[in-house]
Design a protein around this ligand. Sequence first.
Ligand code: ADP
Ligand code: MG
Length: 737
Amino acid sequence: MTLENPITYIKGVSVQRATLLYTELGIKTCNDLLNFFPFRYIDKTQFYTIKELQPISAEVQVVGKITQIKSVAQKRGSRLVATFQDATGTMELVWFKGQKWIKDALKVNQPYVVYGKLNHYNGSFSIPHPEIELVSEYKKKLHSTMQPVYPSTEKLTNSGISNKLMRTYIQNLLQQFFETIKESLSQEIIDDFKLMPKRDALLNVHFPKDQERLAKAQNRLKFEELFFIQMQLVRKKLINKTKIKGFVFEKVGAVFNEFYAEKLPFSLTNAQKRVLKEVRKDVASGAHMNRLLQGDVGSGKTIVALLSMLLAIDNGFQATIMAPTEILANQHFTAVSELLTGMNINVDILTGSVRAKKRREIHANLEDGSLHILVGTHALLEDKVKFNNLGIAIIDEQHRFGVKQRAKLWAKNKISPLSLPKGKETVLENKIKTDKEKYHSDKSHAIEDVGGDLPPHILVMTATPIPRTLAMSVYGDLDISVIDELPPGRKEVKTVHRFDSNRLSVFKFMKDEIAKGRQVYIVYPLIEESEAMDYKDLMDGYESVSREFPSPKYQISIVHGKMKPADKDHEMQRFIKGETQIMVATTVIEVGVNVPNASVMIIESAERFGLSQLHQLRGRVGRGADQSYCILLSSYKLSAESKTRLKTMVETTDGFKIAEVDLKLRGPGNIMGTQQSGVLNLKIADVVKDSKILVAARNSAIALLQEDPNLEKEENLPIRTTFAKLTKTSKIWSNIS
Ligand code: ADP
Ligand code: MG
């Protein structure tokens, strides 16, 4: 008997039901079922007083008396409401069905035990359809311990696989297989962290004797889950360093130095310098760089990207930077071209709207190596786009790109410079050739096969600050750089929240700012499900702004997703050049756009935006030397969550703080970019709530791998066995972040 047996080995599980459990929940083996954890517990071991109740939805058990029963009319029919009291407070019990029967059965002023799911509304608590029993009856019965409740599906319930049946299956499973459950951690780790042994933990997570033992069981299983993820990430990092080789950018050359000395329009912040050093160290190391650059909006990531690309060029390589939108790609192209004026470096741009003829020209220049820097959108991921010798690929605002798209960048160097036609080889190309020959002939490099040629160095840049704990579990295999300092002279954006009814004073404020020569953004939400309606809101808004700000005194740009790229770009350019003072737009401007003269950001229906989006939008202003403002407009009707979001925005401009709040509000699964990671598909741990366990698990994984990299020591055998099983089935081992 092993836990790898199919669940039909468990007493009572028929083939039919096993099939159903597999198709509905993916449970195949006994081990799968054993690791299928309850998502909550019915805890009738504990009693609450009414004063102790908290506005979180949970099952509670309360003792008290009914003081009053009444029928309350509502839209359809009526509901039965009983006022329920204990020594500490009052709450309500509510019935919508079977009212007559219940009303007759209930006894006023007699002690009852009630149990049920708690509702919280307008400061008071209620339990709809509670289980209710006179204390005198309750005392006569035998009361069991906590009961597990398992996740289920409609189909399972309809097919008779009830929660009760699941409990029976797992009970039988534990009885039959208990002895075969093996410890998966070393005794040292168990002792160090005072963990519950594996068997006890599994027993107690399914059938806890009490809250305390449940907590210990959960703690142990969470630790284990996070520990093995960290083992994979940390090990992968070690492998990356030693095995996946990268191009060597040996020197800081003429191009970089000339630019740095003569073209750089400002001096770098210390944070920018530090990050640049980190990049420089990576690309000179001989290993492949896989680095995440985090920096709040406006922190100056672009210049770091450009300088990194110049390093590549100095060493005979090409470079590319990929942006998520056409507007942003255009802006990068303009910025990079301007900065590099007079430097004899060829820069071009490739987006979806580049015509076939121009496209062919770009392809040719890429392949013969004469094009040094290519800026583009995802259009540059197309198979036709091949580089001669791409040394570094930079991905801006990486959360907009999926893992698959990033992976494509790895195989962009299909034409080996070794096979270049004779006569085309310039001095530079010869140098690469020697580099590569040297590289390939050096057998001391144990290269992992990543397909094709060597991959370019990768630098992904994001303005969505990922909280440390999350970064650790999602990007634990990437190196992380942080620009934690804004360029000097920036003033904090003043942020206020106003209700729609104050719009007139907002218009007045806009006029004053425009009179000072400033420019203003007005942003409308555009969320796909309600697109038609949002589009109408945008157009209505545009009209009312046009009435308030008539031409020719005022000029207004409008940009939205339904426009052709060329029109969008035209409107955008008018605003960038200062020909228009107001930009009415949807969130297409969210990412990256840089107009330093714009100093007012007005966000319509701000309650409908997520926190990170609000933060991104606000980041469009405050880029120049002038005081900037962000005005969040909303209706009066606000959910508790929207209130928190708006309040957070008013209180802080710190992207990391905002990200932490966002994470708490939405949970990690919804943070942009992490959905595809797959890493967060956790069974029991929660990277936010369990961040302490995560840190402990990570540290012990690092310590373990430093001490025993191949897990050869006798005492680490349990870890090795578990780890080997895991890595066979896990997908975390992809080459890409
Ligand atoms: P982001 O990190 O959001 O991409 P950008 O790279 O667009 O930020 O930079 C924002 C603005 O700050 C740009 O106008 C850029 O020229 C300017 N900037 C960047 N670094 C510095 C610096 N060290 N000193 C002054 N201005 C800077
Ligand atoms: Mg940017």
